[in-house]
Design a protein around this ligand. Structure first.
Ligand SMILES: *[C@@H]1O[C@H](CO)[C@@H](O)[C@H](O)[C@H]1NC(C)=O
Ligand SMILES: *[C@@H]1O[C@H](CO)[C@@H](O)[C@H](O)[C@H]1NC(C)=O
Ligand SMILES: *[C@@H]1O[C@H](CO)[C@@H](O)[C@H](O)[C@H]1NC(C)=O
Ligand SMILES: *[C@@H]1O[C@H](CO)[C@@H](O)[C@H](O)[C@H]1NC(C)=O
Length: 290
């Protein structure tokens, strides 16, 4: 064991040698940005002498979600292959450090992944490295709710467009399976099932996939609920999903279920209520007889 550590130490020493004294500090340490934003990433090396960075450059690069590496800067300049309309480098000496600021003028989907600042030796071997995880925010794009009655398997569906003026679905009391799906967000969404505005269930079981290079999260869950007719009114089931970021409100899809008797409950209200009470008494009677 000791031998292994000694060898590791020796290898580390041989590899990094005396150059290990440069420490990189990055600011910010992670980024969440919107498309079209401008973002500045500052990588500071704790030595203020530019001569140091002529032979042993600090570089910025980007690693996309599919692992593709894009070189952006090397030392005081943009890399040959870098997009000159997208990036700028600003380097300057301060009292205690040397700063390499990478300016991203316009964030796009392709920026999702991570930016990495590295200190290289003269042979471009990496001496030290700091990563900035970079998320290009996207709201939940679609939410869907599906309610299936367990006995008859009648399907009722709704998506977020229908939600606003969704028709009332008349159902019989009993067991229902409610499936909520959400997709499109970055980072992953939090999903909630509400019945009559009360949260019944929350879930974050999410799959990650990609549209091009952009992470595209999808989630779904199915819950079994039972509705009873005792309220004689309209009940709502609603799926909401969102990323917990203030600029994006949650998105919802809901269904209204009327689980009382029939139109009598709506048109002639007192009569409807009376019918419901009678029904409730009747049901209770039957159950106590059993
Ligand atoms: C370079 O960046 C600009 C601005 O973000 C973008 O419109 C353009 O498509 C990029 N060019 C390439 C070759 O990626
Ligand atoms: C860099 O450090 C040296 C030595 O500590 C100091 O004399 C010099 O003023 C510093 N440069 C700046 C720009 O502060
Ligand atoms: C680098 O120098 C600037 C200006 O003096 C200072 O504000 C900053 O905190 C320094 N960074 C580090 C990592 O020491
Ligand atoms: C729900 O998610 C699972 C895996 O997480 C997936 O296999 C299934 O196709 C999804 N169902 C729907 C309706 O999206």
């Amino acid at each position: 064991m000791t031998a292994v550590f000694s060898i590791l130490f020796l290898m580390t020493f041989l590899k990094f040698g005396l150059a290990a004294d440069i420490v990189l500090t990055v600011n910010p340490t992670q980024v969440e940005a919107m498309r079209h934003d401008a973002v500045v990433l500052d990588c500071q090396a704790n030595k203020n002498n530019s001569v140091e960075f002529i032979s042993k450059p600090v570089i910025w690069k980007h690693v996309a979600n599919d692992g593709t590496i894009h070189k952006i800067t090397i030392g005081f300049n943009l890399d040959e292959g870098a997009n000159k309309t997208k990036y700028e480098i600003d380097h300057r000496e301060a009292e205690t450090n040397y700063s390499f600021k990478l300016k991203i003028l316009r964030v796009g989907d392709e920026d999702d992944g991570k930016y990495i600042c590295e200190h290289k030796d003269a042979n471009l071997i990496t001496l030290s490295s700091v990563e900035v995880p970079f998320t290009v925010l996207n709201p939940v794009e679609k939410v869907r709710i599906e309610v299936v009655t367990v006995v008859t398997c009648d399907r009722m569906c709704s998506d977020s467009q229908i939600m606003a003026n969704s028709d009332i679905n008349t159902v019989k009391e009993g067991e229902f399976e409610v499936t909520c799906t959400a997709e499109g967000s970055n980072p992953s969404p939090q999903m909630t099932l509400k019945v009559n505005d009360d949260v019944q269930y929350s879930d974050t079981t999410i799959e990650k996939s990609f549209v091009g290079n952009r992470p595209y999260y999808k989630g779904n869950f199915t819950k079994r609920l039972s509705f009873s007719a005792y309220k004689c009114g309209i009940q709502t089931v609603e799926c909401s999903a969102g990323i917990p970021r203030k600029q994006f409100p949650d998105k919802s899809a809901g269904l209204k279920l009327k689980d009382c008797l029939d139109s009598a409950a709506v048109v002639v209200k007192p009569l409807g209520i009376l019918l419901c009470i009678l029904l409730a008494l009747f049901v209770r009677r039957i159950s106590s007889d059993l």
